[in-house]
Design a protein around this ligand. Structure first.
Ligand SMILES: [Zn+2]
Length: 102
């Protein structure tokens, strides 16, 4: 299983945990949001909270898909396609959050 190191807390971010990727590398969801919240202060605080809820939902969806058991070849193919779609969506939300400026 893939294992990454979170660039904020330096702990492992393993498959099954909520984490995402920025241009800096892998980062835990909680570390990412907390760090951004500190950086922004009151600026864009509400928008950050809203995007954080959206990203949380997307990462939860990803983790749920990881637990889906498929045995047929077609099932595996479709599951992989679905996983990639949500992964892409989560990546876009991460980008939006990362781009929030003070
Ligand atoms: Zn972390």
């Amino acid at each position: 299983m893939a294992e990454f190191k979170c660039y904020i807390c330096s702990e492992k971010a393993a498959t099954g945990e909520k984490f995402t990727f920025t241009s800096n590398g892998a980062v835990h969801y909680d570390c990412f949001i907390a760090h951004k919240r500190k950086e922004l202060g009151n600026q864009n605080a509400e928008l950050l909270s809203e995007l954080a809820v959206i990203l949380d939902a997307e990462l939860t969806h990803l983790l749920a898909l990881l637990r889906v058991e498929v045995h047929t070849e077609d099932g595996k193919k479709h599951l992989q396609t679905k996983y990639k779609e949500i992964e892409k969506a989560a990546g876009e939300t991460t980008k939006l959050i990362n781009g929030l400026k003070k």
